[in-house]
Design a protein around this ligand. Sequence first.
Ligand code: HAM
Length: 431
Amino acid sequence: MQNLKGFRDFFPEDMSARTHVFDAWRTVAQRFGFVEYDGPPLELLELYTRKSGQEIVEQLYTFSDKGGREVALRPEMTPTLARMMAARVTTLPKPIKWFSIPQLFRYERNQRGRLREHFQLNVDIVGAAEVEADAELLAVALSVQLELGLGQDDVVARVNDRRIVAGALGILKVPDENVAAVYAVIDKFRKIPTEKFTALLNDAGVPTDSVPELTRLCNGSVAIFDWFAPHLASIDETTRKAVADLERYLGLMKEQGLSELVEVDFSIVRGLAYYTGIVFELYDRKGKERAICGGGRYDDLIASLGGPEMPALGFGMGDVVLSLILRDRGLMPAAPPRADVVVIPVGAELAAAARQVTYDLRRDKVRAETPYSPAGVGKDLKTATQHKIPYAVIVGPDEWEAQEFNLKNLSTGEQSRVPVGELADKIRASE
Ligand code: HAM
């Protein structure tokens, strides 16, 4: 039997890599004052069909349960969060800062960096309309990269604002009813050739003479702020505020010492339907991998799920692409050994004594083990080396008598005699 395509087995070494990433996620989220929550992996199908957008709905794992309910495995966490918020948000002190590490399921075409299940760090802020919150959110995503050893040569955050795109589309005479379709095309900008992009923009209702201008904005040959400058007096208040917010946002990223990791990019609009303001995605600088992370503001989602009007923003960062990049840079640490020390009896008659030493070490919080069937010092040392256990304590009759044991470093071969009461500290000190 094989596992399903796009689903992973986590052998211990894979699990250790996963834990390494999760630990960095938790550490950084908590450092910024976020608390952990979780929700159910199975939800009513309607939760996603209402607001997530066409692309993700097409990728759903969905079925009727035994009670005839149409249900789906969660493909993303944001609808669950918004549903939970709709129920409680009025009673919670603001701003609410939550994070979660759900496993998500999407029936994707198999490709590098995209599987049919993945884990995703979700960091969300609810009840904060300030740009300071947007800037903090991006700082969390970037600080995770730094925590894992990646820097400005490895990753870049591409930022934009959906209101700015909407404003530009207005200036470029795209009819209101076509705006959502045009977002979907802009979202594909980096994934498809220019001719195809042009054709899709035409199909989506962009007037033919506006297509070159829109393409210039997307490929960065004209900067957003320069492009808007001549229009600032005539554009609507929402777009004007969005342009000012984006400038302020960039200033706040600079204030946090992170501006080298941030670039404005008009082609970032996000594939999901619910975003309303500043949006961003993280990519590897080499441009080899798919997005590491994506998120932004979604100020209308909670109200659309029956809650009150409530500003909200967040991001999702997958484990798949991030792990590919960490491996590529040699930044994924090897799995730690399963124990720090093995206690080996010199003869079978000392097995009980070795067990006793092991129990004492564990009580002292040292990760210790002893062979179930001692096979002789030589063989037991060899087994310990195979398991990459760094230390051995050898229990012979004299040592047992004196309650002083030989502590052997299995990589250097060095050995020293240590009184039983000092063993735990000695092992811990050499870790
Ligand atoms: P998303 O862009 O669909 O956003 O996913 C966020 C990240 O999850 C992606 O950048 C990618 O790293 C990872 N990811 C997505 N799909 C897959 C896949 N099939 N295989 C491996 N990794 C994948 C969201 O899901 C939003 N709900 C994020 C959010 C949270 N927005 C606000 N709060």
